[in-house]
Design a binder for this molecule. Sequence first.
Ligand SMILES: Cc1cc2nc3c(=O)[nH]c(=O)nc-3n(C[C@H](O)[C@H](O)[C@H](O)COP(=O)(O)O)c2cc1C
Length: 377
Amino acid sequence: MDFLYKRVLKPILFLFDPEVVHDFFIWSGESLGGFGLTRKLTSFFYGYNDDVSVSDATVGRRDISKTVDGIRYRIPVLLSAGFDYDGRLTQILPSLAFGGEEVGSVTARPCAGNHKPRLIRLPKSQSVIVNKGLRNAGVEALIVKLKKEFMDRKSGINKEKLCLDLHNDQSFVIGISIARTNDECSVDIEAGIDDYAYSFKRLNEEGIGDYYTINISCPNAFGGEAFATPDLLTKLLARLSIISCTKPVYIKMPINLPWEQFYDLLKVIDFYKLQGVVIGNLNKDYGSLGVRAEAPEEYAGGLSGLPCRQLSSDLISRTRKAYGKRFTIIGVGGIMSVADAREKFAAGADLIQLITGMIWNGPGFMKEICVDLQDFL
Ligand SMILES: Cc1cc2nc3c(=O)[nH]c(=O)nc-3n(C[C@H](O)[C@H](O)[C@H](O)COP(=O)(O)O)c2cc1C
C-alpha cells in the first residue's frame, strides 16, 4: 500500500492544487468514517491494532498507550491542528493509527481564509507554504458538529464528559485549538482577547474538547502574532484563567524566537499554571528551506515539514532541560520519517503531532511510527 501511495497516487495528487487535494481528502475521510465497514477496512490496512492482552511482540502488537495530564492516548501520535479545521475526520482518524487529533484552529467567528493560493507545495524542500488564514466555520458550528457526534455515539452518557469514545473500546482524544478570528474586528488587543475568551468559554460551557490549545503563533492573519510577547500573553492568560476549565490547556508556540524570548513566554505559561506547550508552529524563515529558490520572496505563509524539524526539536530539548517535568510537551514539526518521530520523543516530547509527514509518506506513515515505538518508548 505504501508503494502504491508513494509511486502511483502521490505523483498524481501532486499534479493538483494542494487545497483541492486537501478538500478531497477531507471529503473522502468523512465519507469513509461514516460506515463501520469502511472504517474496519481502513483499520485493517492502516490501523495500529494493539492487543493489550498479548505481551509477546511476535504474536500481537504491543500496547504503546500513554496517559498525559490524566488523558489516556491509545497511540501517542496525533494529527496536528490545521488539517481538520471543522472536526470532520473524527470518525476515520482512529482507523489511521492516530490516537487523537487537534481540531481547528477554530475562531469565535467563521473565517473565509486568506486569498488563494493558500497552500503551495515545495517538493524538493519537503515542505508546504501555509497561508490558510484559519479558514473555518467558527466555534458555534464546531460545537454543533462535535456535540452531534458525541450524542449519536454515546447517547445517554454524561454530556459534560468529553472523551469521544468513537470505536467503543478505542478512545480517541480530541483536542481543540483556539485562535483569534482572522478579520479586522479582532485586531485590537482587547477585542482579540475577547475573541479568544469567547471560544474558550463556549467550548468549556458545552464540555467539547478533551484538551485545549491556545494558538498564539498563527502567521499571516490579521493582527499577526501579537500574543507571542510576554506582556500580551500575560493579559490573555489573565483573562482566560478566570474562565472555569477542568481540561488541560496548552499553548502553541512559535519556533522562530531566540531561546531567551521563548523562555520568557514559558515563564508566563508557568505562572498561569497551564499544563504545557505544543512546540511548535510553522517556520517563518524561508532561508531554512532545503532549496531556497522554491519559495520566491513574494510568497506569503509559514513553512511546514522538514524546515521545522530542527528548530522544534531544539526548543523541545531546551524546554525539557530548563523545566524538567513541569510542562507537558507536545512535539510537532518536520516529522517526515520514523527516525524523526524518535527524535521528538528523545528530545523530551510526551506526545507527537504531524501533518506534512503524512502528506509525503501516505496514510500508512502513522502505523510505521507506532510499530517503531513498540521498541522505543
Ligand atoms: C495546511 C496547514 C494548516 C495549518 N493550520 C494551522 C492552524 O490552524 N493552527 C495551528 O496551530 N497550526 C496550524 N498548522 C501548523 C501545524 O499544526 C504544524 O504545527 C506544522 O505544520 C508543523 O508540523 P508538520 O511539519 O508535521 O506539518 C497548519 C499546518 C498546515 C500544513
